[in-house]
Design a protein around this ligand. Structure first.
Ligand code: BT5
Length: 324
């Protein structure tokens, strides 16, 4: 089956954009016209766009921009980040798979990547929209020996790594909104979800999920996201190579993570602050227990947001949605 598929793709590349008749294809592959039609439909399902003209034949007008383990591996220069790649075309959630792999003892730096998630998730069981062939839906397994209270720092570290990678691969200059959003022109480009496997006093693994809108057109987003979400293609005016972006994220992440393990959170905090948009502004923090308005004066050594309220009190915000 895969042999026939690559033969078919080969025939199309040799045709160099000209139409190939169904008859020719069936002779070339040695299969029936019905089988040819089925293969063409399969290609469409994989994201190829084909022009079909009666009595003339088929022509590929657009190839899907795909990622696979091979594409991520080829050109990856890290020493441990992404050295174990678990790739699947379609999953429920890469977080779920990463949790299973982590429980089974997966090594630090293992990544789970998929082309599509049927139930991608955000914080507090919100939905993360993860359509086929357009984004990066990835979970990274870490095994840091740090106290539980410091794990939020890794969300901030991840945000810095992703911003640096986006700056490397595109012309964009994204902003970070505490704790887990990366925005361009005020719209959400990236969401990060950090989950733990831990006992009271020991972290077994930290699973960092990253959702990045890369090659979406504006009308790819469902109506409820139209005004709040964006993609690299929309903002930069051109598509980006997702495999290259993944490689850069892994590389930046590895450098920052090594720095973090040797020097602590301080250098990461400085970098994070240089990208943060909400600092020194009045914001509304919506938590599970209600809303709090105040000036975001910074983050503390644990990565917790510090909010100065009107009465002058400094409140620590551990988890919230922030409105600038
Ligand atoms: C997040 O949650 O921003 C974390 C998203 C993490 C997704 C990754 S993808 C790989 C891994 N596997 C998973 O299953 N998840 C992780 P939160 O801050 O709760 O934001 C969720 C909100 O963002 C939703 O309620 C929507 O309003 C909005 N949203 C959903 N999909 C979006 C998208 N593709 N782009 C921008 N905004 C989106």
């Amino acid at each position: 089956q895969t042999g026939l598929r690559s033969k078919l793709l080969d025939a199309f590349s040799k045709a160099e954009g000209e139409y190939l008749s169904g008859q020719k294809i069936s002779e070339y592959l040695g299969c029936s016209r019905t089988a040819v039609w089925k293969h063409i439909e399969e290609l469409r399902k994989e994201g190829y766009e084909l022009d079909a003209v009666r009595r003339i034949g088929y022509r590929i007008t657009k190839k899907p921009d795909k990622i696979s383990s091979n594409e991520i591996q080829l050109g990856l220069t890290t020493s441990f980040m992404g050295r174990h790649i678990h790739f699947e075309e379609e999953v429920t959630s890469t977080q779920k798979i990463a949790h299973n792999l982590a429980s089974e003892g997966a090594e630090e730096g293992t990544i789970v990547v998929s082309e599509q998630q049927s139930s991608g998730r955000g914080r507090l069981s919100r939905v993360w929209y993860s359509p086929k062939h357009t984004g990066i839906w990835m979970s990274l397994i870490l095994r840091p020996q740090i106290p539980l209270s410091q794990t939020p720092q890794l969300t901030l570290l991840a945000a810095v790594a992703i911003v640096q990678a986006i700056e490397e691969v595109t012309t964009l200059k994204p902003d970070i909104k505490w704790p887990n959003d990366i925005l361009v022109n005020g719209k959400k480009l990236v969401g990060i979800l950090t989950e733990l496997q831990a006992e009271a006093d020991r972290v077994h693994s930290v699973i960092i999920g990253m959702g990045i809108n890369v090659n979406h057109d504006q009308d790819h987003f469902p109506t409820d996201l139209q005004d709040i979400a964006t993609s690299i293609a929309i903002e930069a005016g051109e598509k980006a190579d997702r495999a290259e972006l993944i490689q850069q994220i892994l590389l930046k992440f590895e450098v920052l993570y090594n720095l973090y393990l040797s020097k602590g959170f301080k250098p990461i905090k400085l970098l994070w602050e240089s990208y943060a948009i909400s600092l020194n502004k009045t914001v509304v923090a919506r938590t599970l227990h209600g809303s709090l308005t105040g000036k975001a004066i910074g983050i503390n050594e644990d990565g917790v947001l510090l909010l100065e309220t009107e009465s002058g009190n400094i409140e620590k915000i551990y988890s919230a949605d922030i409105e600038v």
